[in-house]
Design a protein around this ligand. Structure first.
Ligand code: ADP
Ligand code: ZN
Length: 640
């Protein structure tokens, strides 16, 4: 429930700065409009300022004066209000007049000498005013908005927006979050419990003379719980928690970042001991070599951060926790002793971790008996804590929409597919395309069954389109895999190409479609990786040709001579051809069964692993397959 967190943040913020901010805005706009509507009146000619005051005069039709009349009767004219080329006012005897004049300084001088009170009326009609003053008002609002960034927080700063109005830039009181709310990352919690201890027993550390940590860098992919952990540390230690985001510090205004850094540290010092959390710290802490137009400003901001961190004494009790998903991007200066010298990397949760996180959030929703959380943990490799929370939330929503009072296995499946593949597509497909898809998926499914003892067991096959896929076959790993055997690689290549093979066998070589695009891409990637990186090809041998860099960035055949490159190409081709031939062999030998699978898929749209096994092996084989696979896998594992 990522949304839930945001909601909480907003709520928190609402309690504090928001309403007043809203009132400020309203007031500003109101004042601006008021000014605009009033128009302005400018007085000239050293004459006593006077509002156009002809309203006291009885309603008579004013006399018309010509321009020469005006000049001639200047001494008679008591008041004159000029608006553009129109003038009006009172004569000495109290008569109203109007006149059409041309703007002439000499005339004004003559009149002024004669004692006329002249008023230049620049007030305008409402819409004229709006047109004139709107830009001014907007500019004022804009300046106001920027200046607000510099303004101080409220009393002690707690519970009030630190810097500006953005909901993410919050300072909160003492969070209620504790380590109990963080699941599946026990070793990280362990590492951080020392910080908690320090915050709780500052004096103990002080009297011992121990150098205490100042900064902790939490790195890990989004949604792995960095923010949650930081809050939990504050909650465990019962100290205030201040949060800001690195992206808040870079703005359009040069120098704003520095000011904001000063401000949050000021606030932290006033509230020490406390946790100061800076999310997305890479936004300010990026390596200084990368050039961009606002580089200088960012550098100053980073320097200010370093100054602040170096500045506070050892026993201040402020722990700065930075979070990033790009630790490799950070400037080395940030990581020196006395700054972010503790680094904790939060991995995506493994299967056990995912189970713990699922258990934690499953307690908050109603889950039906048919749901197997262990299977769900198995089938969610690569999901972060936030993803898992979101999955249960989606499942709950799906259950509600379908009038259930508990989350069922169907809801879980739907939520997982939606998160992994995108929402169901209501796509109008031609019947022949649907039929082809069914055979394609049946091909994948059948060959998967042939390799259940080496590759992951099949979880389901479906021809419901989702995201870019027209259908799919899903497998459920038995455990968290860290590597594959050569046999498994070969099996997976066959399974991947089996969809295309089925199209060829049942529809003819000229009827194959582009639908196998992602299968082919996947198979090529796997073959290339095995051959160039994992040393699985006898022909190419052991040398690593593609170095896998950080974050999967990979240079193309960087260590290869032209000859090796050619060899790699032909070897990849040979592996794919072999897999293709293998899948074709399985499918042609069992044409009837594959046809049956496809027909069932067409009829039912989705088949579970058990149903597929039943169709292929008959009833008695239905259950034993997973057991068999599990047993084989266990043996394989224990043999290692
Ligand atoms: P990050 O800061 O790493 O992007 P967050 O801490 O904001 O991630 O995580 C978002 C939400 O996901 C959390 O508020 C929490 O609800 C959930 N979450 C993530 N990881 C975990 C975890 N290990 N245990 C429990 N909940 C988690
Ligand atoms: Zn396919």
């Amino acid at each position: 429930m990522k949304n839930l967190k945001d909601f909480k943040r907003n709520k928190n913020n609402n309690k504090s700065g928001r309403p007043r901010d809203g009132a400020n805005w309203f007031l500003m706009i109101f004042v601006a409009l008021f000014i605009a509507m009033m128009g302005r009146v400018i007085f000239i000619g050293g004459v006593t300022p006077q509002m156009p005051s002809d309203m006291n005069v009885p309603e008579t039709v004013p006399v018309e004066l010509s321009f020469s009349d005006v000049l001639r009767r200047a001494p008679d004219i008591k008041t004159m209000t000029i608006r553009g080329n129109d003038a009006h006012g009172l004569l000495a005897d109290g008569t109203k007049y109007t006149a059409t004049i041309t703007y002439d300084p000499e005339m004004l001088a003559t009149l002024a000498q004669g004692g006329t009170a002249i008023t230049l009326d620049t007030s305008k009609s409402f819409w004229e005013s709006v047109a004139t003053f709107a830009p001014l008002a907007l500019t004022l609002l804009f300046i106001f908005w920027i200046l607000r960034g510099f303004r101080r927080g409220g009393p002690a700063g707690i519970g009030r927006s630190i810097i500006g109005q953005n909901p993410t830039k919050i300072a909160t009181g003492k969070p209620k979050t504790t380590f109990k709310d963080v699941a599946g990352i026990d070793s990280e919690k362990q590492e951080l419990s020392e910080i908690v201890d320090f915050l709780k027993n500052k004096d103990k550390y002080k009297s011992l003379g121990a150098r205490v940590p100042r900064g902790v860098l939490l790195s890990g992919q989004p949604g792995t719980g960095k923010t949650l952990l930081a809050r939990a540390i504050a909650g465990e230690a019962n100290v205030p928690f201040f949060a800001a985001s690195g992206s808040d510090f870079s703005g359009i205004i040069v120098g704003l970042g520095v000011a904001k850094i000063k401000e949050i540290f000021e606030m932290a010092k006033r509230n020490a001991p406390c946790i100061l959390f800076i999310d997305e710290i890479d936004a300010i802490g990026q390596k200084r070599s990368t050039h961009s137009y606002n580089d200088q400003d960012r550098e100053q901001t980073l320097n200010q951060l370093l100054i602040e961190m170096d500045g506070f004494a050892n026993d201040t009790g402020i722990i700065v926790i930075g979070a990033t998903n790009r630790p490799d991007m950070l400037d080395a200066a940030l990581l020196r002793p006395g700054r972010f010298d503790r680094q904790v990397y939060i991995e995506l949760p493994d299967m056990a971790g995912r189970r713990e996180i699922l258990d934690l959030y499953a307690k908050k929703v109603k889950i039906g008996d048919g749901v197997n959380l262990q299977d769900l943990a198995r089938g969610t490799t690569g999901f972060s804590g936030a993803d898992l929370e979101n999955l249960l939330n989606e499942a709950a929503l799906h259950a509600v929409r379908n009038g259930r009072d508990k989350i069922s296995a169907v809801d879980i499946e739907e939520a997982r597919d939606k998160i992994m593949m995108g929402p169901r597509k209501v796509r109008k497909m031609r019947p022949e395309d649907i039929k082809l898809t069914a055979y394609h998926e049946a091909g994948h499914a059948f060959v998967s069954l042939m390799y259940e003892d080496v590759a992951d067991p099949i979880h389901k096959a479906t021809i419901i389109p989702r995201g870019r896929a027209l259908g799919m076959v899903q497998h459920l790993p038995i455990d968290d895999k860290v590597s594959m055997t050569l046999a498994e690689v070969r099996a997976n290549l066959s399974i991947a190409l089996a969809g295309r093979c089925a199209e060829e066998i049942f529809f003819g070589a000229d009827k194959v479609t582009t639908g196998a695009e992602s299968d082919i891409a996947m198979a090529t990637r796997l073959a290339r990786y095995s051959i160039t990186t994992a040393g699985l090809s006898k022909k190419v041998g052991l040398p690593a040709i593609n170095q896998v860099g950080t974050f999967g960035v990979r240079g193309a055949l960087e260590n290869a001579s032209e000859k090796t490159a050619e060899l790699v190409d032909s070897e990849i081709r040979a592996w794919l051809d072999a897999a293709h031939a293998d899948a074709t062999k399985h499918l042609t030998k069992n044409k009837k069964t594959v046809e049956k699978l496809a027909t069932e898929l067409l009829a039912r749209e989705t088949l579970t692993g058990a149903e597929i096994r039943e169709i292929v092996f008959g009833k008695e084989a239905k259950k034993s397959a997973t057991k068999k696979a599990t047993k084989t896998r266990k043996n394989a594992v224990s043999k290692k």
